[in-house]
Write a protein that binds this ligand. Structure first.
Ligand code: NAP
Length: 319
């Protein structure tokens, strides 16, 4: 693995973080700022709609970024995906196509594309390895989103292969942390549990959770992912696709009990086994990236404490 020109001397490189207000983008911004990068560029979707190709071209011509990190996406849970298949497919394709193609046609030297574990087949062996991509059918509920993300991975791979450019894709496992989505209608399992236990804490009312609690899931604190992005920015990675996870999973029941004790909820925890469990296990094999020297630093218990303390400070501004 070779070091790119960005290492140490180039803290003034122009780094555009698409989606810099989101959970991932804001963590990447914090991580780069902490490392001394001074030329970070961010635009809200109101200032720059990434679905608009001409607006993206004009923005790149004006700002001339050296590095682009694609943390912008139309993101949502199973319900949002299954009710809105077309926007989840098309808007994600538009956003990433405009960013990838404009980066390719301008002087961008490094492009980091972010996707998720949903790109892998529903029944792929566990833990999920990068080479399982496109070996079988996807999970039907979010295949629209997954197909867009697979197209992004393949576009970056094609540019790398045909033009030798440093375009790389990182696929994180389930993330949590500051700026997560705590809206119970659309949030992921960890922030939803944090909120439910927190709201039930005042009266110690019972908390009901879906399923049996037996499925196993992996969780990565978003600042650890941000460190992986910084690592990809500062180094030329030898392959086009890397999983980013902790390598350890927990049962949903263990997760719930950990969150319950951190929040301090003393009421009953009820499992509604009439509700679906989902996939029994989803764990990523992140050994490729770990073998290059990235590793997560924030253990689940500590990460949940950090996420809860962020939630408490921002409760009034989160949905
Ligand atoms: N959250 C997870 O657990 C998780 C796990 C694995 C992978 N990921 C991946 O990480 C990436 C970011 O996810 P996230 O959780 O950070 O999502 P998020 O918090 O919803 O942030 C998404 C960002 O995308 C921007 N965006 C959406 N549509 C846009 C448009 N048309 N034009 C410009 N900007 C637009 C939004 O900008 P505004 O705020 O300005 O509207 C927002 O800041 C996604 O690719 C996702 O697949 C997330």
């Amino acid at each position: 693995m070779s070091k790119s020109a960005l290492k140490k001397s180039n803290h003034e490189s122009r780094i555009y973080i698409a989606g810099h207000r989101g959970m991932v983008g804001s963590a990447v911004w914090r991580a780069l700022e902490t490392k001394g990068y001074t030329n970070l560029i961010g635009k809200t979707s109101a200032e720059l709609d990434l679905r608009n190709q001409q607006a993206v071209i004009d923005f790149f011509n004006k700002e001339q970024p050296d590095v682009v990190i694609n943390a912008a996406a139309k993101v949502g849970g199973i319900l949002a995906n299954s009710e809105n298949p077309y926007p989840f497919l098309m808007e994600n394709l538009q956003i990433q196509n405009n960013l990838i193609d404009t980066a390719h046609k301008t002087a961008v030297s490094k492009f980091v594309f972010l996707g998720s574990s949903c790109i892998y087949p529903k029944f792929a062996p566990q833990p999920l390895k990068e080479e399982y991509l496109l070996t079988d059918s996807l999970e039907p509920t979010n295949e629209w989103y997954a197909i867009a993300k697979i197209a992004g991975v393949k576009a970056c791979e094609a540019i790398r292969k045909q033009y030798g450019k440093d375009f790389v894709s990182l696929m994180p496992t389930n993330l949590y942390g500051p700026f997560d989505n705590f809206d119970l209608k659309s949030s992921h399992v960890l922030p939803a549990m944090l909120r439910k236990f927190h709201e039930a804490k005042a009266s110690n009312a019972p908390v009901t959770l879906w399923g049996s609690g037996t499925p196993m899931r992996e969780f990565l604190y978003v600042d650890d992912l941000a460190q992986a992005v910084v690592f990809a920015v500062e180094n030329i990675l030898p392959e086009h696709l890397y999983n980013v996870g902790t390598g350890t999973d927990v049962t949903i029941k263990e997760l719930a009990e950990t969150i319950q004790s951190i929040v301090g909820h003393k009421g009953e925890l009820v499992w509604d086994s009439s509700k679906p469990d989902g996939t029994p296990r989803k764990l990523m094999d992140s050994s490729k990236l770990r073998s290059l020297n990235w590793e997560p630093k924030i253990a689940l218990h500590n990460g949940i404490k950090l996420a809860y303390s962020w939630y408490l400070k921002n409760e009034n501004t989160t949905s």
